[in-house]
Write a protein that binds this ligand. Structure first.
Ligand code: GTP
Ligand code: SPV
Ligand code: MN
Length: 591
């Protein structure tokens, strides 16, 4: 089904030709975004087994895909920033000299598409034609990638029409090659607007619009152009008077963004008339508006969400979003009714099933998990029952608050507020969280993850901190900055806070603080709520537990301050003096 180029844009044609000369596909197919073409590709993928068609009545338009067992998460140790100067990648990124990278990984790409088809995917991050949207072309030899990109981004000919003759687009090249993990590379060339990904077929490594472009390349563009690309959900909270306040929240991977973004208010809040609206669940592009506030858009068009734990109680909006036109990756295949299952979906695992590795699996007797902990759904945003009416607004939404948060069993309280923007940047910069299955490597190890951007910042993180400080100086009306932790545990490891929908109780306090409607206690680390000011009506939680959740253990924080100091030494002279000053203040406050 080879097809003619959909554009006469010389830069695009040159990029496609050069990449084809290197990878030698049998044919080249341009993705026009039509349903006919996507259906034909899906049909081809069914034949090869790349996709499995699920029950059309129960899950219309849905497919199941299994990746290779050695290819189930982002690979941070194989991910590189290839800036010309090593210093520009900074101490938190792997760096490769671009010349060396093109040569070394270019060899791996040589002939990688022989016997295969190269698909040319024109895509837009942000609504096509919106002033903040950015175009990309991803070349890939995977139908799974084409179909996922079609859900996660705006794909098709209109992207090329809108691009015209411009060469302002990100060049993404992906080949599955032979999935050899020792030759797997995810390379970013920020100065060339280029991304190369080879030997993987897993989402975060190969859906190049997402982490590679919308965070790593875009964060670099944002620094140069005066805006920000952040690993943040965007949520609108409507109060009983009908007023909507928007927050953006940065949590590390698999730490609750999708869940918070689709929050359903607890019953007592629903009765009062509260509603929540999802603008985005993973990435925010943020600019300064004419009113001196920060405005955020979600550049994506779908959700690439963690499946395990998603159920009708924890996140009904996410589950409903996956009931049609969705691609499931590495979940359990229920053979009785040709649907899917994962741990935490319900208490009724299928007995006649196939696990994520493709082996026969009986949920009643098996001792191994059926779905991979990082198994995912790719669902169109339009499926989400609480999708914000502002989702496609090119201006985005104005932010009242920025919320940082991590997964920490101890130390970080349920919520606290930074004293001002500068202190807020400090609070973001010292974020720490237990690692999760979203990246390969050990799980449950506490690591520093500033602004949840450790794996996603496309340049020197010291410069990134400086960029945050500089943005703040330009804001007449900066959002207030907070830190939350839904994951404090007791000594037996049980979560102390109910979480999920009940997180609205904390957001209510946050919004009241933004509007100056509630007092707070000043502590060594910032402002904390008086326990009386968090509404726990209808919760099975006593004031004592809440008081514990809102306590600051000075000894633990002293140890933390030492950890911060060590972490900060990495940045050397690039550590902004404001942050050094904030650390000194923290240490003094803890005396
Ligand atoms: P990425 O897509 O990797 O960026 O993850 P995410 O930040 O969107 O995380 P997600 O919302 O998918 O949540 C990941 C895991 O955290 C799931 O297993 C959830 O069940 C769990 N989780 C989310 N919110 C809460 C919460 O408020 N409390 C508790 N205890 N667990 C939560
Ligand atoms: C994350 O890991 O933060 C994700 C999933 O959102 S991935 O696209 O794999 O990065
Ligand atoms: Mn994410």
């Amino acid at each position: 089904m080879a097809s003619k180029p959909l554009t006469s844009n010389k830069s695009v044609l040159k990029f496609v030709e050069e990449s084809a000369a290197r990878t030698c596909p049998d044919e080249i197919v341009w993705i026009d975004g039509s349903k006919e073409q996507l259906d034909a590709l899906a049909a081809a993928a069914l034949k090869t087994g790349e996709l499995i068609k699920l029950n059309e009545e129960l899950l219309p338009g849905c497919y199941l895909h299994r990746t290779a067992v050695n290819d189930v998460a982002r690979v941070e140790d194989r991910t590189f920033i290839c800036s010309r100067r090593e210093e520009d990648a900074g101490p938190t990124n792997n760096w490769m000299d671009p010349k060396e990278a093109y040569e070394k990984v270019g060899k791996i790409f040589e002939g990688a598409m022989k016997g295969r088809t190269m698909y040319v995917i024109p895509f837009s991050m942000g609504k096509v034609g919106s002033p903040f949207a950015k175009a990309g072309i991803e070349l890939t030899d995977s139908i799974y990638v084409v179909m996922n990109m079609n859900i996660m981004t705006r794909v098709g000919k209109e992207v090329l029409d809108n691009l015209g003759d411009s060469d302002d687009f990100v060049r993404g090249l992906h080949a599955k090659a032979d999935l050899d993990e020792t030759k797997r590379y995810i390379l970013h060339f920020p100065e060339d607007n280029t991304i190369w990904s080879v030997n993987s077929g897993y989402g975060g490594n190969v859906l190049l619009g997402k982490k590679c472009f919308a965070l790593r390349i875009a964060s670099y563009q944002g620094k140069n152009e005066g805006w920000m690309a952040e690993h943040m959900l965007i949520l609108g909270i409507q109060n009983p008077e009908g007023e909507i306040n928007y927050i953006a929240a940065a949590f590390p991977s698999a730490c609750g963004k999708t869940n918070l973004a689709m929050l359903i208010p607890p019953e007592i809040y629903q009765k009062k008339g509260y509603k929540c609206w999802c603008v985005g669940d993973d990435i925010a592009w943020i600019r300064i508006g004419e009113d001196g506030r920060l405005w955020a858009v979600n550049p994506e068009n779908g959700f690439f969400g963690v499946a395990p734990g998603t159920n009708m109680k924890s996140n009904p909006n996410a589950l409903i979003s996956t009931q049609k036109n969705t691609i499931f990756t590495n979940v359990v295949h229920n053979l009785d009714n040709n649907t899917v299952w994962w741990e935490g979906l319900d208490k009724n695992p299928p007995e006649h099933a196939v696990d994520w590795k493709g082996n026969p699996w009986n949920g009643k007797t098996s001792e191994v998990k059926g779905a991979h902990p990082n198994s995912r759904f790719t669902a169109p945003a339009v499926n989400c029952p609480c999708l914000s009416p502002e989702f496609e607004n090119p201006k985005g939404v104005p932010l009242s608050a920025i919320v940082f948060g991590g997964r920490r069993a101890k130390t970080a309280p349920l919520v606290y507020q930074a004293r001002d923007w500068e202190h807020g940047v400090f609070v973001g910069s010292i974020m720490a969280s237990e690692t999760t299955a979203a990246a390969s490597g050990a799980v449950g190890v506490v690591r520093r993850d500033p602004m949840a951007m450790l794996p996603f910042c496309g340049y020197h993180m010291g410069d990134y901190f400086q960029h945050w400080l500089d943005m703040g100086k330009k804001l007449k009306n900066p959002p207030k900055i907070f830190n939350v932790n839904w994951f404090r545990t007791d000594d037996e490891g049980h979560f102390l806070w109910p979480g999920f929908g009940d997180n609205l109780r904390v957001l209510e306090w946050i919004i009241k603080r933004c509007k100056g409607e509630v007092e707070a206690r000043e502590t060594a680390i910032g402002y904390l709520p008086d326990p009386e000011d968090i509404n726990i009506e209808g919760l099975d939680l006593d004031r004592k537990t809440l008081t514990d959740l809102l306590s600051v253990d000075k000894e633990m924080w002293k140890a933390d301050a030492q950890g911060i100091e060590e972490f900060y030494t990495k940045f050397g002279s690039k550590l902004p003096k404001e942050l050094k000053g904030e650390l000194e203040t923290l240490k003094k406050n803890l005396q």
